[in-house]
Design a protein around this ligand. Structure first.
Ligand code: FES
Length: 110
């Protein structure tokens, strides 16, 4: 399991209703971090339907969800669970922290 945190962006660059992306420094996995009314959540930036980048879709902060641009699956950004077809599997949720003025996350899967 990776213990190396990946810098995503400065805290001032991730305002409520926005998201930022990065690639995990160890595994290379895409990471997308959302600011939901001041709370930060990180997911793998990969739709569980056909592995398209979730960050290409639209973030609906009122519904706490992101919609994949390719076929319209939606995911809860707080836990990664699939909310509608054609996705049925969740996307991976990653830890996120704020430290030294930055937002950090990491791929913590084995
Ligand atoms: S790749 Fe995301 S819904 Fe199909």
């Amino acid at each position: 399991m990776s213990e190396t945190w990946t810098f995503v962006c400065a805290t001032g660059e991730l305002l409520p209703g926005e998201f930022k992306t990065a690639f995990d420094e160890v595994t290379g996995a895409g990471i997308v971090v959302f600011n939901l009314d001041g709370d930060l959540y990180a997911l793998e930036d990969r739709c569980s339907h056909e592995e398209f980048e979730l960050s290409a879709g639209s973030f609906d902060s009122a519904a706490s969800s992101i919609e994949c641009v390719l076929h319209g699956a939606r995911f809860d950004i707080r836990d990664g669970r699939a909310l509608c077809a054609p996705a049925y599997e969740p996307v991976a949720k990653f830890p996120v922290k704020v430290e030294h003025g930055g937002v950090w996350s990491r791929d913590d899967r084995d």
